[in-house]
Design a protein around this ligand. Structure first.
Ligand code: FA5
Length: 339
C-alpha cells in the first residue's frame, strides 16, 4: 500500500491536464484500478479476524487518501487552467481599436446654431416631414393657383399631404401654438423633387427662424443675421444682401455668402458665380401672421430659412453636397464625435 501511495503521488505530480487526471483516477480507483484490486488480491480466508480488520482499516485509509489526493490535484489543475486563460491576454499587445462614431457635419452646425439662438432666448421647434399642403403653401400665402408653387418641386402624397419642401411649413404651426411674442428656430429635413448636383440634393436641411414681437423691423433682422454668421464662421466672410421674392415675406431678401470652396473665384459648387445662396429672409407677411392667429396691426416679425446643409458645406469646405447623404464612413469619420 505504501508503494502504491508513492506511485500515485508521482503520477499525480506529472499530470498536466484534467483528462490525464481522469485516466489516473480510473487506473487507481476504477473498477479494475490498482487500489480497488488490492482487496481482490488478498485471501481473506487465510487471515485472522484481527488481520482482516487491520487490512480493512488500511484499505479504507488509502482509498480515502487517494480520493483526497486526486481532488487536490484536480483543484490545482483547474486553478492553473484559469490563470493560464487569464494569462492569455498579453497586456503588452496594442488593444483592439474601437472605432468611435462621429457627429454628422450638419448635426455639428445645427448644434452650434441652436446654442447661438438659445443665447438669444429663441426656443427650438421641430415640425413634421410629412406635412399638410395647407401649412406648406396656403398658410404661407401661396394658394393653389399661385405661380410660386412652381418654385419648389414637390413630392406629393395623397389627401393633400406632401413631403415638406421647406421648414417655413412650420411657421404658422408655431404661431398657432405659441402666439406672439415669439422667438423660435426650427431646424429640419426638407424634400424636393429636383435634379441633384454639387449643391442641390433632393433631401437637405434648413434651419428656420421666426421672431415676432411689437416693433420688429429690418434692423432686427439684419442684426440677428450678422450675429449668426459671425459666430458660425469665426472669420470674416463676405456676404451680399439682394432683394428676393417669397410670398410669405414682404420685403424679402436673399443673403448670399461668398463661396468658401473657391474663395469667390468660381467653382462647380457655386456654379462658377463665386456666391452661394444661403440665407433667404424677410419681414413676415401680415397675411401669414393672420393665418397664425396673430394681429398684424399689433405685431410684426422677421423670418429666415437658412440652408443648413450648404452652411455645413461652407464651414467645413465640403465641395460636393452628395457626400452629405452618402453614409461614406471615410467622409464622416473626419468630423469630431462631440462638440
Ligand atoms: C425657402 O425654402 C424659403 N422657405 C426660405 C425663407 C424662409 C425665405 C423664411 C424667407 C423667409 P429657398 O428655396 O431659397 O427658400 O431655400 C432656402 C435655402 O435652402 C437656400 O438658400 C439653400 O441654401 C437651401 N436649399 C434650397 N434648395 C436646396 C437643395 N435642393 N439642396 C440643398 N440646399 C437647398
Amino acid at each position: 500500500m505504501e508503494e502504491m501511495k508513492t506511485r500515485l503521488t508521482s503520477d499525480l505530480a506529472q499530470a498536466a491536464s484534467l483528462d490525464e487526471l481522469e485516466k489516473i483516477r480510473v487506473a487507481y480507483l476504477g473498477k479494475k484500478g490498482s487500489i480497488t484490486n488490492l482487496s481482490r488480491s488478498v485471501d481473506f480466508g487465510k487471515l485472522s479476524p484481527e488481520e482482516r480488520k487491520d487490512f480493512g482499516r488500511r484499505f479504507n485509509e488509502i482509498k480515502l487518501w487517494a480520493e483526497e489526493a486526486l481532488a487536490q490535484a484536480s483543484a490545482r489543475l483547474q486553478a492553473a487552467g484559469a490563470s493560464q486563460a487569464a494569462g492569455a491576454v498579453d497586456l503588452t499587445l496594442p488593444g483592439a481599436r474601437r472605432s468611435l462614431g462621429s457627429l454628422h457635419p450638419i448635426t455639428l452646425v445645427q448644434m452650434e446654431l441652436e446654442q447661438i439662438f438659445q443665447g438669444m432666448s429663441f426656443i427650438i421647434g421641430t415640425g413634421f416631414h410629412v406635412e399638410r399642403e395647407y401649412y406648406n403653401f396656403d398658410a404661407l400665402n401661396i394658394p393653389g393657383d399661385h405661380p410660386a408653387r412652381e418654385m419648389q418641386d414637390t413630392f406629393w402624397l395623397t389627401n393633400g399631404m406632401l413631403m415638406r419642401t421647406h421648414t417655413s411649413a412650420n411657421q404658422v404651426r408655431m404661431l398657432e401654438k405659441h402666439g406672439a411674442p415669439l422667438r423660435a428656430i426650427f431646424p429640419g429635413r426638407c424634400f424636393r423633387y429636383e435634379n441633384v448636383d454639387a449643391s442641390h440634393e433632393n433631401t437637405f436641411y434648413q434651419l428656420e427662424g421666426l421672431m415676432v414681437d411689437k416693433g420688429i423691423s429690418i434692423a432686427h433682422l439684419i442684426g440677428v443675421m450678422k450675429a449668426l454668421l459671425d459666430q458660425v464662421f469665426h472669420q470674416d466672410v463676405k456676404v451680399r444682401l439682394r432683394p428676393g421674392y417669397f410670398p410669405f415675406v414682404e420685403p424679402g431678401f436673399e443673403l448670399d455668402c461668398q463661396c468658401l470652396i473657391c474663395g469667390g473665384d468660381g467653382c462647380k459648387t457655386c456654379k462658377h458665380s463665386g456666391w452661394i445662396e444661403l440665407l433667404p429672409c424677410g419681414m413676415v407677411h401680415p397675411r401669414v401672421l393672420k393665418f397664425g392667429g396673430v394681429d398684424p396691426m399689433r405685431y410684426s416679425g422677421f423670418a429666415f430659412g437658412l440652408g443648413l446643409t450648404r452652411l455645413a458645406m461652407m464651414k467645413y469646405g465640403i465641395p460636393e453636397i452628395r457626400l452629405m447623404n452618402s453614409g461614406d464612413v471615410r467622409f464622416l469619420s473626419q468630423f469630431p464625435a462631440a462638440v
